[in-house]
Design a protein around this ligand. Structure first.
Ligand SMILES: *[C@@H]1O[C@H](CO)[C@@H](O)[C@H](O)[C@H]1NC(C)=O
Ligand SMILES: *[C@@H]1O[C@H](CO)[C@@H](O)[C@H](O)[C@H]1NC(C)=O
Ligand SMILES: *[C@@H]1O[C@H](CO)[C@@H](O)[C@H](O)[C@H]1NC(C)=O
Ligand SMILES: *[C@@H]1O[C@H](CO)[C@@H](O)[C@H](O)[C@H]1NC(C)=O
Ligand SMILES: *[C@@H]1O[C@H](CO)[C@@H](O)[C@H](O)[C@H]1NC(C)=O
Ligand SMILES: *[C@@H]1O[C@H](CO)[C@@H](O)[C@H](O)[C@H]1NC(C)=O
Ligand SMILES: *[C@@H]1O[C@H](CO)[C@@H](O)[C@H](O)[C@H]1NC(C)=O
Ligand SMILES: *[C@@H]1O[C@H](CO)[C@@H](O)[C@H](O)[C@H]1NC(C)=O
Length: 595
């Protein structure tokens, strides 16, 4: 929490070698003495609030005196100015690592090839407004880590880039640029490869099959097409997380699961994969996240996934799955840690899979901590989902470890909602809409004491809305429209905040907020809350900005808060920059606060 500007005497100490002041709140610029500090070997100022101009007048600072500097880290600051990469590199003969990601500095390259220290190993220039893939990289014969994400690099990456670092690259991040084509990368040691959010076309790069040390592969949000080659099995043993989402791949789901592999996350959503879910996935004993939504998959519910002991997220939405989900009392398939189940928009029929509800232990009795939010990760990478809130699609690059949802909407489920649903008392969202469910809405739904979103619309429910629902203090979104419900709409804190469209299309319902009066005036009176901040419900989504502009460790928070504000909420608001708080107030009003 140290703040203020850096005193110039610091850099006049004759023997000073290491200045490590990262993760504080210093501001201002670097004193000009820094550029004369010959003894300095290591300067690390990452994650502060430095905002000084770094070009002296209009000229580049001279690094000539910094003969011994080998490690320079100015990342995650708000410096101003323009640095030319080649000038820096050629005047710092001992530099081995340069970190300017999100420093605020713009980095340009003059296209020249230069001599670089042969021991130079790490170059991080994320979000530095770089326009071209720097030619000077060619001279970095021992480069191990390269991060050029979030720049404006367009077009094809040159062929020579395939040999960067003498085939010894370990980490390569080119995500979030406008890259259209890639060379064949040759690296025997690559462990992390990030190419997501570009415009890369063509087949799955076959050279990836040779990267037998690869742990993280993300090529999502590109225009890759074709089938995934069989040889992808070769990297199954090393992979921890693979994301091929939002491309144009087709064919069957690739076999990435090998015995004794450690794969924790498979995301294939938004492609054109077809056929069944291969049973080979049961080899992935460590799987936590399986998202194969928005494809052309078919077959019946892959219930054997329930034997995977660590599975937390299962998304099969928007495919052509069909058939009954077994509900017989003899099954013992338990999905012990499942917390996100999305089967929406498929062709499932028959009764709701009540037997499974009995086993979903991760949706029961969860104690939600009021402390720092934790996010669900797969081997260190975060899993993201898109949630629609009041008609808006919001991407959440991370989801909270204790986010729980069951989404069975848009199928052909029939019969009654089993009482056992009340067991899943830690559910945050439940969506049964657009099915053929009937019978009464069970009183037991009132046991879902933490639920924030409940959608039962477009079914055949009859009878009255149980009063127990009005006792749920967390309920922010309710939709029971388009059913055959009758009687008086219950009154209660949350119910007073719902509008008519939560109840529409039920000819027999009466009372507030519907215009239709009930025949016998009710005894309990209610008042509409005027003070939205202190009483009544506010559904707040707290999003920390992400990408260029915030710390990677604090990418995004996703919380739906009740009126009691957890302590960590205040902590985050105070500590992070670029926070966007979107608040949906009861009456649909929205406010955007940008810090
Ligand atoms: C570097 O080369 C690229 C294309 O090769 C060109 O678009 C760019 O203008 C060049 N930049 C400079 C500073 O010469
Ligand atoms: C499932 O998809 C495959 C491949 O698209 C197709 O050949 C098969 O007929 C489909 N099966 C069913 C039952 O729809
Ligand atoms: C489930 O039941 C089957 C047969 O009844 C048995 O082979 C299997 O071991 C059981 N699995 C578990 C996890 O209890
Ligand atoms: C459930 O699935 C539907 C359809 O895929 C989707 O629109 C909705 O956002 C999902 N989530 C919830 C909380 O209902
Ligand atoms: C529930 O799913 C339906 C799609 O079947 C979607 O239109 C609706 O918005 C979802 N409800 C909520 C509250 O997200
Ligand atoms: C609902 O909660 C009450 C009190 O904890 C309990 O007695 C009852 O069995 C629960 N009902 C269901 C269906 O879970
Ligand atoms: C409830 O669902 C209906 C029909 O799908 C929709 O028109 C209405 O806006 C929804 N209401 C709320 C509060 O989401
Ligand atoms: C992608 O890069 C742009 C700048 O080029 C930045 O504004 C944006 O936040 C980045 N997005 C992500 C997800 O990193």
């Amino acid at each position: 929490m140290l703040n203020g500007t850096l005193p110039s005497f610091l850099f006049t100490l004759p023997f000073l070698e290491n200045v490590l002041l990262g993760d504080n709140m210093f501001s201002g610029g670097l004193p000009s003495e820094f550029f004369k500090c010959r003894s300095l070997k290591r300067l690390s100022l990452w994650s502060n609030q430095f905002d000084g101009e770094m070009n002296k007048g209009s000229t580049l600072p001279s690094f000539i005196e910094l003969m011994n500097l080998n490690h320079l880290d100015l990342s995650w600051n708000n410096f101003r100015g323009l640095w030319e990469l080649e000038t820096m590199l050629s005047s710092l003969p001992n530099l081995q690592a340069l970190y300017l990601s999100n420093s605020g500095l713009s980095v340009v390259t003059d296209n020249s090839t230069i001599h670089v220290n042969p021991n130079f190993h790490t170059l991080n220039l994320a979000c530095s407004k770089l326009n071209v893939f720097p030619k000077s990289l060619r001279a970095m014969k021992n480069l191990r880590g390269l991060d050029l994400s979030g720049n404006n690099i367009r077009g094809d990456i040159p062929d020579w880039a395939g040999e960067i670092g003498g085939n010894g690259l370990i980490y390569l991040d080119l995500s979030n640029n406008s890259i259209t084509g890639l060379p064949q990368f040759h690296s025997d040691r690559l462990m992390q490869l990030y190419l997501q959010s570009n415009k890369i076309q063509g087949p799955f790069p076959p050279s990836i099959c040779n990267m037998i040390t690869l742990e993280y592969l993300d090529i999502s949000d590109n225009r890759f097409d074709g089938v995934i080659p069989q040889c992808i099995e070769n990297i199954g043993f090393s992979l921890r997380m693979i994301d091929l989402g939002n491309n144009l791949f087709h064919g069957t789901i690739p076999n990435v699961c090998v015995e004794f592999g450690e794969l924790e996350g498979i995301v294939l959503k938004g492609n054109q994969f077809e056929g069944k879910v291969p049973t080979s996935l049961s080899e992935c004993r460590h799987l936590k996240v399986l998202d194969i939504g928005n494809n052309h998959l078919n077959g019946t519910f892959p219930e054997w996934l329930g034997y995977l002991p660590w599975l937390q997220v299962l998304v099969l939405k928007s495919n052509n799955f069909h058939g009954h989900i077994r509900t017989s009392s003899t099954i013992n398939i338990s999905f012990p840690l499942l917390q996100v189940l999305d089967l929406s928009d498929n062709g499932f029929v028959g009764h709701l899979p009540w037997k499974y509800f009995q086993y979903f232990n991760a949706m029961k009795d969860v104690v939600r901590k009021d402390t720092k939010p934790e996010y669900l990760n797969t081997g260190g990478m975060y899993y993201s989902i898109i949630v629609v809130v009041k008609g808006q699609q919001l991407p959440f690059p991370k989801i909270l470890v204790d986010y729980t949802i069951v989404n069975l909407s848009g199928n052909k489920f029939e019969g009654e909602i089993p009482n056992i649903i009340g067991n899943l008392n830690s559910l945050i969202a439940l969506n049964f809409s657009h099915n053929n469910l009937n019978g009464r809405i069970p009183h037991a739904l009132g046991n879902l004491s933490q639920i924030e979103s409940l959608d039962l619309s477009w079914n055949q429910f009859i009878g009255e809305i149980p009063q127990s629902l009005a006792d749920i203090t967390t309920l922010a979104v309710l939709n029971v429209s388009q059913n055959h419900l009758v009687g008086r709409i219950p009154q209660g804190t949350q119910f007073n905040t719902f509008e008519g469209n939560s109840f529409g299309g039920n000819l027999g319902l009466c009372g507030f907020p519907l215009p239709k009066q009930c025949e016998h005036p009710s005894s309990p009176q209610f008042e509409v809350d005027e003070d939205e901040d202190e009483s009544g419900f506010t559904w707040k989504m707290v999003m920390l900005g992400y990408g260029c502009g915030t710390l990677p460790g604090l990418l995004i928070g996703y919380v739906m808060l009740s009126t009691r504000r957890p302590k960590w909420f205040n902590a985050i608001v105070d500590s992070a920059e670029h926070i966007m708080i979107q608040t949906w107030k009861n009456k649909g009003r929205s406010t955007y606060i940008r810090k």
